[in-house]
Ligand binder design. Structure first.
Ligand code: C2E
Length: 352
């Protein structure tokens, strides 16, 4: 998808596509921020791609397209391009370092060889030296050669030390890039991409080695109404508030993630249905227990409630089947009045 759009934006249709992107953003009441513009170029350039479908779906819900929605979409659908640029840069820096180190090692090898020749030469000259003066000359040329080799060795050490620092810096930077690519910028929880990877891996492990995997999908009740009443900035703070509670209760091996706009997911490896249900109810109560205030006006925002659906993975069940069951349980919570935790049907016959 990215390559296709990148080709189009350097082709004769580029300006048409750019105009269409601006028109479409205006029609959908989306601000023409640089990030939205990038998303819309991809959307219009490939409307049936995964990003195109997701944007169509979000627009169809009528929910406002906020900066955090844009960031989530970018994190999920545009990271490869960004990540690969960082990786290319780091690769180029590493190549430069390696070339400099290889050059320094070559020089050191050359000066070692010269030193070896000087020593061999000195041995020959000593054997035939007739007087103290010529011995003195030999010793002084040996001392010169030794000083030279010490200088070269010290230079090589300095070069290796600076390379070591640079490689450590690059490694830390790449680690940060990797973490950013897996983190939701607004809430600091794992993002959807990281969540998908964790869930797939854990389901595979449970299938091959046994062990239980619990999955909960959490949705903030009436979030759209909240956003419409108080504005997106306050809406974003509500997302951060819910995320902060989820983050606190999700010590490893639990994993908390922002799953979609106002949806979150929690993975519970190795816990029983009873323990998961109790933890989710505690989270639900804690979230609802606080009366939030709007920072700009100090208005009372009231309590935020969440609806939750969860399920335990059945033997042989794929990650997406488990997600579907947890989602169905979430909708059961919504249908039965919200601010609830509902367990998915567990036995296969229950689900039929
Ligand atoms: P934040 O605004 O970045 O605040 C981070 C943390 O700083 C909060 O974590 C809390 O421990 C502390 N903090 C910030 N402002 C206050 C304050 O006025 N009084 C007290 N006692 N502590 C404060 P916490 O509580 O987990 O909240 C996480 C995020 O949830 C906050 O990030 C904010 O975005 C949102 N949030 C929480 N409560 C409210 C609220 O009443 N109103 C609004 N608008 N947002 C809230």
């Amino acid at each position: 998808m990215t390559t296709q759009v990148e080709t189009t934006v350097r082709s004769p249709e580029a300006y048409t596509l750019a105009h269409r992107a601006v028109d479409a953003m205006q029609a959908a009441a989306v601000w023409p921020t640089p990030l939205n513009f990038e998303l819309w170029l991809h959307y219009l350039g490939d409307p049936d791609g995964t990003l195109g479908q997701e944007i169509s779906r979000l627009l169809a819900t009528g929910a406002p397209f906020t900066d955090s929605t844009a960031e989530m979409l970018a994190a999920e659908f545009l990271p490869r391009g960004r990540l690969s640029e960082e990786i290319r840069d780091a690769g180029a820096m590493l190549n430069r370092e390696l070339a400099a180190v290889a050059g320094a090692i070559d020089k050191a090898r050359e000066s070692q060889a010269n030193y070896g020749h000087t020593l061999a030469d000195a041995v020959d000259r000593m054997a035939s030296a007739g007087d103290a003066d010529s011995l003195g000359d030999i010793v002084s040329s040996l001392a010169d050669a030794t000083r030279r080799i010490r200088r070269h060795t010290a230079a090589l050490e300095r070069r290796l030390e600076s390379s070591n620092r640079e490689v450590t810096r690059l490694r830390d930077h790449m680690e940060q890039v990797r973490r950013d690519a897996m983190t939701d910028a607004l809430t600091n929880l794992a993002n959807r991409k990281a969540f998908d990877e964790h869930l797939l891996r854990l389901c595979d492990e449970a299938e091959s080695m046994g062990g239980s995997i619990g999955l909960a999908i959490i949705d903030i009740d009436h979030f759209k109404r909240f956003n419409d009443t108080w504005g997106h900035q306050t809406g974003d703070q509500v997302l951060r508030y819910v995320a902060s509670v989820l983050g606190r209760v999700s010590r490893a091996p639990r994993i908390a993630a922002r799953y979609g706009g106002e949806e979150f997911a929690l993975i519970f490896p190795g816990e029983t249905a009873g323990a998961i249900e109790a933890a989710l109810n505690a989270i639900r109560e804690e979230i609802a227990s606080r009366a939030l205030r709007r920072r700009s006006t100090n208005d009372d925002l009231g309590a935020v409630t969440i609806s939750v659906g969860f399920g335990l993975r059945r033997p042989g069940e794929t990650a997406s089947q488990l997600l579907t069951r947890a989602d169905e349980a979430l909708y059961a919570s919504k249908r039965s009045g919200r601010n609830k935790v509902t367990a998915a049907a567990q036995a296969v016959s229950d689900a039929a």
